[in-house]
Design a protein around this ligand. Structure first.
Ligand SMILES: NC(=O)c1ccc[n+]([C@@H]2O[C@H](COP(=O)([O-])OP(=O)(O)OC[C@H]3O[C@@H](n4cnc5c(N)ncnc54)[C@H](OP(=O)(O)O)[C@@H]3O)[C@@H](O)[C@H]2O)c1
Length: 304
């Protein structure tokens, strides 16, 4: 088994499968469609949405990019979402977060038809996921499970420790691991002696948003480490803390003035039985699973 879990390669396989599924649907006269709503001009959001739209095109999925102005109101956004709920050529609705502060994000996410909620953020889908019913699961957590399964790593009976309890990553990934029969512990900022808990993990999922918080002393040798965190390193001091002596990273840092680090300190990966790198681990799965969810939504809505 390979120690480095190549998320880019796994995502490419999933996208290939989605493209085949899209082709099969085309034979039945159906073309899955994704509407992406991008408000204002947040540079990171622009990059994410652009690559989502581009991936749709690559896989034969119709996409519609809708760009309301930064000044949009909650009422205008609700009206927009209602229109997308009603459109038959739209199977998935993606509202890129964060939204400007005058917009009520929760009200908006709740307004998306659960059958078109390809991000899996609607409470109905969260509830269905918890109840073990068919649901559109959030993309990043679903991607974590795909990495484990497609790499032949056991989940059933393993002690999985999830650090982070957000609605978009921590909670749903814990629920998915539970459904795969792992014994699951969820940690958060109030957890006492975090290292004592993470050292018990056969599968350690870090979804914290704190660069390199999980250090080598917090990891059981041989554990599988899934690092969901994406943090940008911009200072020399921080760079040296994580990547001193890493020539490849040094080159990236010199060229771009920044590099990415996960929530796991790179030294901890040396102890792992298997691990996802940052970048190139969990990240690529998110878009792949969004595509898979869009195909699934298109089929489910038509009873196919
Ligand atoms: N495509 C992808 O790969 C992808 C997708 C989504 C997110 N991410 C990345 O994943 C990370 C987590 O994202 P998120 O949206 O889940 O973040 P979030 O909403 O900020 O949640 C972070 C969680 O970490 C916990 N936490 C914070 N500090 C901690 C500490 N010192 N010890 C233990 N737990 C601590 C928080 O605990 P409390 O609940 O107690 O505050 C919270 O539950 C981020 O780096 C994000 O960029 C990546």
């Amino acid at each position: 088994m390979q120690k480095l879990l190549d998320g880019t390669a796994i995502a490419a396989t999933i996208k290939q499968e989605v493209a085949e599924g899209v082709k099969a649907l085309a034979a039945q006269g159906v073309r899955p469609g994704l509407a992406a709503v991008l408000v204002g001009q947040v540079p990171a959001s622009e990059i994410y949405v652009r690559s989502k739209v581009q991936t749709c095109a690559e896989l034969g999925i119709y996409s519609d990019l809708i760009r309301p102005p930064e000044t949009v109101t909650t009422e205008e956004m609700l009206e927009l979402v209602q229109g997308l709920n009603d459109r038959d050529d739209v199977d998935g609705i993606l509202i890129q977060l964060p939204l400007p502060k005058q917009v009520d994000t929760k009200a908006l996410l709740d307004a998306v038809l659960p059958a078109k909620d390809v991000d899996g953020f609607h409470p109905v889908n969260a509830g269905r996921l918890q109840a073990g019913r068919p649901a559109l699961a959030p993309c990043t957590p679903a991607g974590v499970i795909e990495i484990l399964k497609r790499s032949g790593l056991p989940i059933a009976g393993q002690h999985a420790v999830v650090v982070g309890r957000s609605d978009i990553v921590g909670k749903p990934v814990a629920m998915l691991l539970l459904h795969e029969n792992a014994t699951v512990t969820i940690c958060h900022s109030k957890t006492r002696d975090l290292g004592a808990v993470t050292r018990e993990a056969d599968i350690l999922v870090a979804a914290i948003g704190r660069p390199g918080l999980i250090t080598a002393e917090m990891v059981k040798p041989g554990a599988t480490i899934i690092d969901v965190g994406i943090n940008r390193v911009t200072t020399r001091e921080e760079f040296d803390r994580f990547f001193a002596g890493d020539a490849k990273r040094e080159a990236t840092f010199a060229k771009r003035g920044s590099t990415l680090v996960g929530d796991v300190h790179p030294k901890a990966f040396e102890l792992a039985g298997a691990y996802t790198p940052v970048p190139g681990g969990v990240g690529p799965l998110t878009i792949a699973m969004l595509m898979a969810n869009t195909l699934r939504a298109a089929k489910m809505r038509r009873g196919l």
